[in-house]
Ligand binder design. Sequence first.
Ligand code: 5GP
Length: 192
Amino acid sequence: MLKSEKGKLIILSGPSAVGKGTVLTSLMADYQNISYSVSATTRPPRVNEEDGTDYFFVSEEEFKEMIEDDEFIEWAKVHGNYYGTPKKYVEDTLEAGQDVILEIDIQGAAQVKEKYQQGVFIFLAPPSLEELEVRIQKRGVDSKETMEIRMKNATEEMKRAKNYDYIVVNDEIDEAVEKVKSIIIAERCKVN
Ligand code: 5GP
């Protein structure tokens, strides 16, 4: 259970390659009223990624120490690397009355849901599984085997959409961003 209920915790999740990162980047670019929680990962940085901005890049040993020290709200192994949401940043920011958004995979979102039911859970879905396959292929970063694994996982992950509060189909990026923004605004107006 997280300590604070002053700010809202928004969880943006969905299958791999659905465009969570792109939606989040656009959302943050024209909507400053929310804080993004930077995750820790054992994945090596990509070109143009900065430590502390995109991720906190840590070794597997450091990550395991963080797990031991109970520093994560949730953590998961995604495509062979560890990813986790730092607890302190999220708790302090919510406590200060600021909303926080997490962009995490489906396993992580399920863990947050167990601890923090009052979070706002948004499932970003592809227009269809066929379209998701096209996007995974277009990214061109995966081997044929990895693409097959991602598609198999995505088929399972799509079944989890029913556990979320909202489903946003990411067909047109601008439209998807508008919808996420509208959800956040509506949640702020909600009578508790
Ligand atoms: P990438 O390596 O492409 O940045 O991210 C790979 C996957 O890890 C994406 O699905 C992303 O949403 C997920 N991810 C990023 N940060 C976290 C986190 O802190 N926790 C969990 N569970 N997944 C994360």
